[in-house]
Design a protein around this ligand. Structure first.
Ligand code: PTJ
Length: 250
């Protein structure tokens, strides 16, 4: 039990969720390593949602609202940390949720589906092998995606992703929104919009932005997306991290 007044309460709470998810078969073994890597980058961000991240979140919200067929791709770490928020985001957007795992096993798909169902998700895609189609350019079972979901999506939110699939999805003409604390990762650099922030904070901020922008006209939303530059935004996130190191040296 972590006391709420502990200075690193939120970080420790996330760790506890990750460990519990590992024990209950939701998380891949490598999910622990991925989480630790994320923590290190989050430390450099000051464990805060930066102004730079807020710009990417606004662009992501606008892109998701413009989408004809938005899909949220879900893996083990996402389920462990923010299953309720994923269901809420899908509901405010009218988006589909699809389970797509890097370390795929039938057992993990079932365990993740159970958590999503308990959080209120009804039609979760990616759970039946007969509904799957392969996306060209991904030499991995992760390229097997739902014909009703990622396969025909125009905008996809991919939290904690690997670079290969992001690249293949972008190449196939889809707008990909990545959620990744590492601004140097291949995913971050390949995605159309990358949110460099902890998913435990950014997902709530994304829901708030969607609610705020949902009555704006399409031209205004297109302008928000058009004005966003992913490379510049990644550079700005790196500057925040470098500044936190320089500040320490003073
Ligand atoms: O559940 P599966 O089988 O699909 O596997 C999921 C993992 C995450 C294990 C798999 O996709 C993987 O190995 O990913 P990578 O290549 O380690 O990339 C994960 C990225 O997510 C890294 O760049 C981390 O910095 C970042 N990350 C980790 N925790 C968070 C995060 N980004 C945002 N919020 C976090 N809490």
């Amino acid at each position: 039990m972590i006391p709420e007044n502990h200075p690193r309460y939120h970080s420790l709470l996330s760790r506890e969720k990750i460990v519990d998810a590992y024990k209950s078969g939701i998380l891949a073994d490598a999910g622990m390593i991925a989480h630790g890597r994320g923590e290190a980058f989050d430390y450099l961000l000051g464990e805060k949602t930066t102004v730079t991240a807020r710009k990417s979140i606004e662009a992501a919200a606008a892109a998701l609202l413009l989408a004809k067929n938005p899909v949220i791709s879900v893996n083990g770490n996402t389920t462990a940390l923010v299953s309720g928020e994923i269901v809420e985001l899908a509901s405010v957007l009218g988006a589909k949720i699809e389970i797509n795992l890097f370390y795929k096993t039938e057992e993990r798909v079932k365990a993740i589906l159970k958590v999503l169902n308990e959080a209120g998700a009804e039609d979760v895609l990616g759970t039946e092998s007969k509904e799957l189609k392969h996306i060209d350019g991904i030499n991995h079972p992760r390229g097997d995606v739902s014909s009703e979901g990622i396969y025909k999506a125009d905008v996809i939110l991919v939290p904690l992703e690997d670079g290969d699939r992001t690249e293949a999805l972008v190449k196939s003409g889809k707008l990909v929104i990545a959620l990744d604390l590492n601004p140097l990762s291949r995913t971050a650099r390949t995605a159309s919009i990358t949110i460099v922030d902890n998913i435990t904070r950014s997902i709530q901020c994304l829901i708030e932005n969607v609610l705020e922008l949902k009555d704006r006209d399409r031209e205004e939303l297109k302008k928000i997306v058009g004005n966003f530059n992913n490379v510049n935004n990644l550079k700005d996130s790196l500057k925040v991290m470098l500044n936190s190191i320089n500040e320490f040296e003073k």
